[in-house]
Ligand binder design. Structure first.
Ligand code: HEM
Length: 296
């Protein structure tokens, strides 16, 4: 994941072309636009702004925001690195604002859901929709949302660089960790409900089984109306003192998606093990090139 700043003579079209060039050869590459990349006169996606600092955040300018986010993913680290080097050579006049290399240990698909193990040893991805139609419903902007017409088919992408106090976490027992997350390491619910079904939080109003400040209970309290976002995390490791999760999520509505969940997570039990140090709000344009004309 590479955040770039646009030079005075840089064009979004050139960046788009280079990303198309690297996309496909064993890697998937895409661009997302920061609010600062859009021309003054352009009609902007309604929710696109610089990511605010939320309570508890300590945003480092060297790891936050950027005109453009270039994301390259693939199963081979070498192929991803080669594609990134190639793109950066071609975009040499753009300034690299920050760059993060992430991995997804135990990356796999189960029942249609992409799963991986995060640095806290928990499997993540169960709360995502299984079918592509469910992903599109949560993530893709439709005509009826009052967004500029060039933005229909696009998606808001939020990045949060979250440093995790893994040492401190590893001193807790697995039982304590599971009460902080609100699920077992393997996705099983604490009331015994299988991970693929829904627990009944209402049967535990005082949080004796699943504490009221557990991550999943705060993130998704109403099991019939899951939060409209699709998550995908990548683990990063700079040093033993600086490691964590590049949290990434997509949604068609930033307020109902990421921001609503982020507000609910305030005061969650996991907060004392996490520190958000970077990230940003970006907009993934729809496929094709119409958006380039609209923004020219
Ligand atoms: C601090 C880093 C984080 C860690 C270690 C973490 C870990 C987890 C784990 C283990 C799960 C349960 C498995 C799953 O459903 O995927 C989960 C669920 C979830 N997390 Fe996080 N998470 C983090 C940050 C966030 C943030 C920043 C948000 C959004 C603001 C978020 C939103 C959610 C949502 C919506 C669910 C699904 C809840 C459900 O449907 O049951 N998480 N997370």
């Amino acid at each position: 994941m590479i955040a770039l700043d646009l030079p005075a003579d840089g064009s979004l079209r050139a960046a788009h072309r280079i990303v198309e060039e690297v996309d496909g050869d064993g890697v998937a590459a895409w661009l997302a636009l920061g609010e600062s990349a859009l021309p003054e006169a352009a009609s902007k996606p309604r929710h696109l702004k610089q990511m605010p600092s939320f309570p508890g955040d300590l945003l480092d300018p060297a790891q936050s925001h950027g005109d453009l986010l270039l994301q390259i993913t693939g199963v081979s680290a070498q192929a991803v690195r080669d594609a990134a080097d190639h793109a950066l050579r071609k975009l040499s006049q753009w300034r690299v604002r920050w760059r993060l290399d992430g991995v997804r240990p135990e990356n796999r698909t189960e029942n249609g859901k992409g799963l991986a193990r995060n640095p806290f040893h928990f499997t993540e991805g169960y709360g995502n929709p299984a079918a592509p139609a469910g992903v599109a419903e949560r993530a893709t902007i439709t005509r009826d949302q009052g967004e500029p017409s060039w933005a229909v088919g696009g998606s808001y992408q939020v990045i949060r660089v979250i440093r995790l106090a893994t040492d401190f976490w590893d001193r807790d027992t697995v039982h304590e960790q599971e009460r902080i997350v609100g699920r077992g390491r393997d996705g099983r619910w604490l009331d015994g409900t299988p991970g693929t079904e829904q627990p009944v939080f209402a049967a535990d109003p005082q949080g004796k089984i699943t504490p009221l400040d557990a991550h999943v209970r705060r993130a998704a309290p109403d099991r019939r109306n899951p939060p409209p976002l699709v998550r995908r995390g990548y683990n990063y490791h700079h040093s033993d003192d600086d490691q964590g999760l590049v949290f990434s999520c997509f949604q068609s509505d930033l307020t109902k998606g990421f921001e609503a969940v982020q507000h609910r997570l305030q005061g969650e039990a996991m907060a004392k093990y996490t520190l958000t140090v970077g990230g940003g709000y970006f907009f993934v344009p729809p496929p094709g090139e119409n958006w380039l004309q609209a923004l020219a």
